[in-house]
Design a protein around this ligand. Structure first.
Ligand code: AHM
Ligand code: MG
Length: 335
């Protein structure tokens, strides 16, 4: 396969010239994420052994409770990012407030903010289903030399300079973009290196998979109900296959490779949607657009939404361009 001998480390160096402000910092930031991903991967892969390791006196952090893996992942990503003096602030789905990172000599002169969902879909861990990490990177908008402020984080998705995810699946993959296409790297666990396995990933323009928690059907807006009926109808290339893992990164990853749509709409119980705009929707939207797909809230581009709070939620329709446009056409009948 093309590029299969190239490691992520080599790829980052080769592509550094693409970065708008090419001082090497964004490369180092991606490198920090790569390192943290390997550490988290190691723990996630041992999740089923918690009791066994615990009884043999292993002091590993998850000894007490598997679910705490999301806190563990949060801590690993935090320290990987904080210790390298690249980012000036981090916001995590696991914490109410963003944290400020000071930089060398307390100078507040680091340029990037990172928003991260350290372990998305963590309710799947105890049943051995894939989980993921999602991250989003912006340049700060406040001047260097002062502590970051909320406005550095509350930027529209279109301002992202990088975004990506790690899927801890049958193999572990890191997929990311810096605005020059999407590339996927698969971890070779024997030697601990990520190899370029999926160069220049492209979302199929159309597909035959729809992913939505249909158990919530009664609570969906009419446009979504109508679209589901459309997917199920016996006509043209339909009915489509229904696939829903309940772990967004995995559902998204499958759809990007095979072609499909993932929807988490508003519901009467979650009138603003469930997924977080800054930690989940924006980074996924950036990847999708870079891969030729589409991400919207049913009416407008996800990356054009002006955020007003860190943990803001948004409905999302994302995936193959033609499928998202079709779903939007159903939504737009009910403005
Ligand atoms: P989390 O951030 O609490 O893990 O929730 C996000 C997850 C997504 O990965 C997944 O697609 C969705 O929640 C599933 O929600 P539901 O169980 O309501 O279908
Ligand atoms: Mg999440």
């Amino acid at each position: 396969m093309e590029g299969s001998h190239k490691t992520l480390g080599e790829f980052i160096i080769d592509n550094q010239m693409h970065f708008k402000y090419s001082s090497g910092e964004l490369s180092r930031l991606i490198n920090s994420i790569r390192l943290a991903a390997k550490i988290v991967n190691h723990e996630v892969n041992k999740a089923g052994l918690v009791d066994i390791l615990g009884s043999s006196g292993d002091t590993n952090i998850q000894g007490e409770d598997q679910q705490k893996l999301d806190i563990y992942a949060h801590d690993v990503f935090m320290s990987a990012l904080v210790n390298r003096e690249i980012v000036c602030g981090i916001a995590s789905e696991e914490e109410d407030e963003f944290i400020t990172v000071q930089g060398k000599h307390n100078a507040h002169d680091n340029k990037y903010v990172v928003l991260i969902d350290p372990l998305d879909g963590s309710s799947n861990i105890d049943v051995n289903v894939s989980v993921g990490t999602i991250f989003s990177v912006f340049r700060r908008v406040t001047p260097l030399g002062m502590p970051v402020r909320e406005e550095d984080f509350l930027q529209k998705g279109s301002e992202q300079v990088a975004a990506g995810y790690i899927v801890y699946g049958t193999s572990t993959m890191l997929v990311y973009t810096t605005g020059h296409g999407v590339n996927g790297f698969t971890l070779n666990p024997a030697i601990g290196a990520f190899y370029l396995s999926h160069p220049n990933m492209k979302f199929p323009k159309t597909g035959q998979i729809f992913s939505i928690n249909e158990g919530n059907y009664a609570h969906f807006p009419q446009g979504v109900k109508d679209y589901i009926k459309y997917c199920q109808a016996e006509e043209d290339d339909r009915p489509y296959s229904f696939r829903y893992i309940g772990s967004m990164v995995s559902d998204f990853h499958r759809n990007m490779i095979k072609g499909g749509i993932y929807i988490y709409p508003t519901t009467t119980k979650a009138p603003k949607g469930k997924l977080r705009l800054l930690y989940e929707c924006n980074p996924i939207a950036f990847l999708i657009e870079q891969a030729g797909g589409k991400a919207s809230d049913g009416y407008r581009r996800i990356m054009d939404i002006e955020p007003t709070e860190l943990h803001q939620r948004a409905p999302i329709f994302c995936g193959s361009l033609n499928m998202v446009e079709k779903a939007e056409s159903f939504m737009q009948k009910y403005p």
